[in-house]
Structure formats: structure tokens, C-alpha cells
Design a protein around this ligand. Structure first.
Ligand SMILES: [Zn+2]
Length: 333
């Protein structure tokens, strides 16, 4: 027989008393009729997602067969999230964990120690690259790109782990979605057909989003955009744009005075119109830079969480708002 599981302890008292009264037979009948050991009381797979873009994948692909909870609460900036002891303990009871290694060190550590069999690292489902505050079409042309990857594979110290913001490129996000679909099929074979179908539906939506971005950003007055933190590196590469982040990959890092000076020059040289800020982090530096340079401000949402203030109710809607904001700022024709 399988290991004693949590569900057995959750049997309502009356039923448990009945089982005791009927002796061992009733207990074994109970455990054999309960199906796969990896389901909760409602027959759903308990999925824990680390933050919103993982939650969205789990909900879209898992559909009615999963119960999704998210470690990063709405409105909380996910970088460097700290977990409560309750969250850490609860993680061990998940049937399936979906996270993104390299974004939230506390989550990475808790997942590694959770003992949960079905853990999926989204970063392992696509290809990560190293990005700094500046990402653009110029510096990624030709050989340099190949060198970077060679270097990435050669060393594995933490700083070379790569830019985790893969979800902001619809093509990479779709790759991740397909990997998550396969992992769910494997973890819960009874519902494999549904997971496969839902994955196809989501991949089609993401393809459509990618086509909209491609068309919308094809012809613009400038290719450069300024963001609060450098979350849009993959998006910039995908659509041949140039991202200039005020701060780096982590929104907590403070921009230096020289970085602010550089940005003033870049804004002028590249005919930048807008400084973008985000919904979950302070807009102070963005507004300062915009004030100093006479530029407009607007929201470009890195989708690290969804709140009432988000320009859309889900990933696709917010990405469409992002596209509209980029088209406006870049002078799309
Ligand atoms: Zn970020």
C-alpha cells in the first residue's frame, strides 16, 4: 500500500468513526477507493505557483482539474519574496509546484527542501540569456551572442544564471507553457487529454499575441524605450527594440548618478518620448528622469503581479495594454 497520506487525516469525524467501527476492512476500502495519492479531497491536483505568470500557466493549462494557489500575493513585488513559515510548511503538501528559478531565492530554496516530487522550474523549459540594464538589437548581433552562451554554459556561479524575465516574450512563454503542459500530463495522467488540449489553446493565444507585437512594432520612429527595472530584455530582443532600464534586473537596485546621466543622453540621442514605470514598484526615479528630460510617463507592466490597478485582468490583456503603450511611445506607424 501507499504511504499514509494527508487526505486520510482529513476524513470527517463521523466517517472516521464509522471506519473504526467497521474495522480494518473499512479502512482499506477507504484508501483503495480514494484514487491517486496525489489528489486533494475534491479530486483536483493541488498546484502551487510561485508568482503570477506561473499561476496563469497553471490555471489556463490545468483548468478544472487543478486547484492553484500562489506564493506571491497580489500587489506584492515578487523579486526577493520572503516566505512565511506557514507557506514553507504548506509547500510540502503540494502535488505540483511551478516556479521560476533565479527570480525568488527563498522560493528556490523552499522548493528544493519541500520533498515534492512534481516540481517544475520554468527556466528549465526555455533558454535563458544574460541581460544587463541595456538590451538591444545592436549588441546582440552576430558572434557576441554565441560567445555569451558559451560563457553561460562554462561557468555556473549565481551571477551568470541569466535573466529570469522569460514570460515577457510571448514566444518563450509559449515554450514554457508547452513544457508545463507535458509535466502536468505526466503528473496526472488521468487528465492528460485535457491538459494537452488546454496547452494547445493557450499556445494559439500566445502565437496570436506574438503576431500582434510583431506587426504593431514593425515600423516606429524610435526603437529605444526606458523602463524602471530591466524586465523587458527578452521582449526587446524578440521585437528588435532597445531596452534601457533605470535599474537592473532587480527593481530594488538603486540607479547610480552616472546611469541617470547616461539615460538623459540616450533619451535625447534616440528620440525617446516616454519613461515607463510599473504598477508594483515606486515610480519615483521614472518621474525624476522624465521631469529632468521633459519626457512623458506611462505604464509598461512587467506582469510580476496582477492587481486592480493592472491594465487588464490577465496576462494576455495586460500584454495587449503593454503593446499599445509601446506603440504610442515608440511612434508606431
Ligand atoms: Zn523583474
Amino acid at each position: 500500500m501507499g504511504v499514509m497520506n494527508v487526505r486520510r487525516r482529513l476524513i470527517p469525524t463521523a466517517a472516521a468513526a464509522g471506519a473504526v467501527a467497521l474495522g480494518l476492512m473499512a479502512v482499506s476500502a477507504c484508501s483503495s477507493s480514494s484514487g491517486a495519492a496525489d489528489k486533494n479531497g475534491e479530486g483536483k491536483l493541488d498546484v502551487v505557483a510561485s508568482f503570477y505568470p506561473m499561476q496563469y500557466l497553471a490555471e489556463e493549462i490545468g483548468g478544472e482539474h487543478v486547484a492553484v494557489s500562489t506564493l506571491t500575493k497580489p500587489g506584492v513585488e515578487p523579486h526577493d519574496l520572503e516566505l512565511s513559515p506557514k507557506q514553507t510548511a504548506g509547500l510540502g503538501e503540494a502535488d505540483f509546484i511551478l516556479y521560476l528559478k533565479g527570480l525568488q531565492p527563498a522560493v528556490d530554496e523552499a522548493v528544493a527542501q519541500s520533498g515534492v516530487k512534481n516540481t517544475v522550474d520554468a527556466a528549465g523549459l526555455t533558454h535563458l540569456e544574460e541581460h544587463g540594464t541595456e538590451v538591444g538589437h545592436d549588441e546582440h548581433a552576430g558572434d557576441k551572442h554565441a560567445d555569451e552562451h558559451a560563457e553561460e554554459e562554462g561557468h555556473d556561479h549565481a551571477e551568470a544564471a541569466g535573466d529570469p524575465h522569460i514570460w515577457l516574450d510571448p514566444v518563450k512563454y509559449s515554450e514554457v507553457a508547452k513544457g508545463v503542459g507535458k509535466a502536468l500530463e505526466k503528473a496526472d495522467p488521468d487528465n492528460a487529454a485535457a491538459y494537452k488540449k488546454n496547452t494547445d489553446v493557450l499556445a494559439t493565444k500566445l502565437d496570436g499575441l506574438h503576431t500582434k507585437f510583431e506587426k504593431g512594432l514593425k515600423n516606429t520612429d524610435t526603437r529605444t524605450f526606458i523602463t524602471t527595472h530591466a524586465a523587458f530584455g527578452y521582449l526587446a530582443e524578440r521585437y528588435d527594440l532597445k531596452q534601457e532600464g533605470i535599474s537592473g534586473l532587480d527593481p530594488d537596485s538603486e540607479p547610480s548618478l552616472s546611469r541617470m546621466k547616461d539615460l538623459q543622453k540616450i533619451a535625447k540621442d534616440d528620440k525617446v518620448t516616454t519613461v515607463f514605470f510599473e504598477t508594483l514598484v515606486s515610480d519615483k526615479t521614472a518621474r525624476t528622469l522624465a521631469g529632468d528630460t521633459g519626457l512623458k510617463t506611462d505604464v509598461l507592466d512587467p506582469l510580476e503581479g496582477i492587481t486592480d490597478k493592472s491594465k487588464g485582468d490577465n496576462y494576455i490583456e495586460v500584454m495587449e495594454s503593454n503593446l499599445a503603450a509601446l506603440e504610442k511611445a515608440l511612434g508606431a506607424k
